[in-house]
Design a protein around this ligand. Sequence first.
Ligand SMILES: NC(=O)c1ccc[n+]([C@@H]2O[C@H](COP(=O)([O-])OP(=O)(O)OC[C@H]3O[C@@H](n4cnc5c(N)ncnc54)[C@H](O)[C@@H]3O)[C@@H](O)[C@H]2O)c1
Ligand SMILES: N[C@@H](CCO)C(=O)O
Ligand code: NA
Length: 815
Amino acid sequence: MKVLKFGGTSVGSVASIEAVLTIVKQAYIAGEKPLVVLSAMSGVTNLLTKMAENAAERIPFEDDLKFLEAKHFDVVKKLIAVKFQNPVFTKLKLMLNDLEEILQGVSALKELSLQSKDLIVSFGERLSNYMVAKIIEQEIPETEFIDASHYIKTNSNFGHAQVNEELTHQLIQSLGFTHAEKLMFVTGFIGSNDKGRVTTLGRGGSDYTAAIFGAVLQASAIEIWTDVNGMLTADPRIVKKAFSQPILSYTEAMELSYFGAKVIYPPTMIPAFLKKIPIVIRNTFEPDFPGTTIQYESGKSAFPIKGISSISDIAVINLSGSGMIGKSGFSGRLFTLLAREQINVVLITQSSSEHSITFAVNPDDASKAVKLIEAEFELELEANKLQAPVVEDNLSVLAIVGENMKRTPGMSGRLFYALGRNGINVRAIAQGSSELNISVIIGKENLAKALNAVHDAFFAQLKKTLHVFNVGTGNIGSTLFRQIHEQHNFLVENNDIEINVVGVSNSRKMLFNSDGIDLTHWADALEEKGEVSDLASFIDRMRAMNLPNCVFIDNTASKLPSTYYEEIFKANISIVTCNKIANSGEYAYYQKLHETARKHGVDFFYETNVGAGLPIVRVLKDLMLSGDRIVKIEAILSGTISYIFNNFIGDSSFYETVKQAQELGYTEPDPRDDLGGVDFMRKMLILARDAGYALESTDVDLGAILPQACLDAASVDDFYAELLKADQYFNALKEKASREHKVIRYIGKLEDGKVSIALEMVDENHPFYALSGSDNIISFTTERYKERPLVVKGPGAGAEVTAAGVFADLVNVGA
Ligand SMILES: NC(=O)c1ccc[n+]([C@@H]2O[C@H](COP(=O)([O-])OP(=O)(O)OC[C@H]3O[C@@H](n4cnc5c(N)ncnc54)[C@H](O)[C@@H]3O)[C@@H](O)[C@H]2O)c1
Ligand SMILES: N[C@@H](CCO)C(=O)O
Ligand code: NA
């Protein structure tokens, strides 16, 4: 036989009761001999408690009584055929009349005893079980309503009575004999004392009833039907990726419930544990989902832990002083004291020097605990052997739980790496000696972020989510969004990476959505729902959202974002940027940024600063990391200028060729940056710095391409006007090159710590002769690549290749 227990939400409405009926009937037809335990209809226990308290105050309860009647009658009207309704109404009415009499008695006496309260509350289970039994009886005549108060015998501790196991066992066993062929509906939560007075079993009482009946009748399983899919890997309100664990051991379930997973209340399950009866948590509203089986063995699992539990509010009390050293009785006295006063100690850590003890309690208990300690250790405090206890609140506990942890090294490493990388400070740590649980205390403001980061770290086979905050939605930004959108499913399925763009800004508007902005309609959403943008508040919001695995992407050409990079790193947020301004500004700032990122364990990726998506920054970094030394760099790193000199041939005009480069998306937003050489200068400077040279932009010897008048133009339009006038000048250059069978190249060099960029004419023997489109080329001569340099060549500008480079940097964050 099987016990099926349904909680209040499962008997909340006509629809949910219908779902219960289907589940019970299926089990019955399958020959599982179900015994059903129902809670009161949802909200009824609270209502009855309120009515009882009101009665004692002579506050009218008649309306509530009518409401209660209607709530049950309504179900009867809908689920029982008219011809069978009357006797059911009559019986329910009789029960409600009894209830009314009792309430009147309370009202007359103006006194509510715990005994009366238990009796009043017990009506909830009696009404629901009787009613649902009658509904199902229409199809299964063997159905019988059982008032469990006749079978579960308890002491007289009203409110949370203790069960007399022996007597209860006998009574239920004989019920089992006489009712072997029946479909029983048993009231949860209630029992009675030796005088037959109704008692209640306290928190989780209906689960307890199910466990008691299941244990005595040797059920093959006890199914707890509720409104969630089992015990989840973390609190689903905080961790969206939490999923239901198929199998947990009893101890794992205890640990997970202890810290928050409120699906079951473990003490009630003890009768089942002792008999090794599996408990299965299932969802009434998703009956096909297998749920969570809680059993004796932990079972095999793909993951090293089973779940992460948490308590959001905790206070920590710290006791320190020389008086503790070597005093073996000290902690004994302390914790006996707290236990005696019923202060639940959630977690304890002691430093190995024995100089201090830290323990966590419910914040409501903190000041009481301090008073108790001050009284108990008065002498030690006076003698300064103990410092006054210090309380800290606004803290949370996070615990990773799983029996397999003890066989897997590196678990705490993984935990602390995930926390550290996200800038979450750990205040105290405790590992149960069973190695079943590692708990950390952290600031409450970081709990959500920590839970998500740790969930990703341990269930990473599932997915890593990067939370992206992107500024700049122009040429590169919008192309990046399209690429991310197109790749989304592939990344999730093949690389277990999910990219959620949660913040977007351009120079006019900004938009946030912690669930991820829809990348098919981001432009409309930004326009319609966006707020007026302001970079400072964008950064503040980014920090305040406090999401794990955050990446800030700078796709602007503006200096402003770069002024926030340091702050962003300090908030443990990685940066990916195609904007060259930060790395090519003052050397001290470049250095500071790199140092800050390193110190905070976050990434600073800027591959597209040089040669767009071509692997150049990465190659140089690897050369340096592996101990090579740069002897010389020669390069063409302006895609725009490369394009211009590759296409400024035959009859084409210089002016038109520049326009084309801009239309093709090769130029900077302001093309003067390309033609004036500034963009190229920035790239050379970044490479030189990455190669270990502390250079400033003024150290670069920058040869001009343009006549001075073009450089002096006040606006982009003026610049183009000047450029038109300069056609003569460029035609002369072109003709000279052609006469000498040469091509024009704008070449950068780094040699002996000096950077220069100059216009040159090269013949076909020069390695930079053959280029096309927006090609960049770079040749690294190093100590190891001495005879033949390492060369990277390919398209070095354009939205597609640049966005792809930003994208690649992004997916490598935290890798
Ligand atoms: N085009 C290329 O081939 C290429 C290659 C490598 C790197 N890059 C770099 O890409 C960056 C972007 O270039 P683009 O062509 O996409 O520019 P763009 O002008 O098309 O777009 C710039 C975006 O930045 C936004 N912006 C500017 N200031 C801002 C601020 N203070 N706050 C928020 N948003 C702001 C603008 O509103 C716009 O959405 C530049 O830094 C450029 O150097 C471009
Ligand atoms: N405007 C730049 C884009 C690549 O950084 C170029 O032309 O090279
Ligand atoms: Na690059």
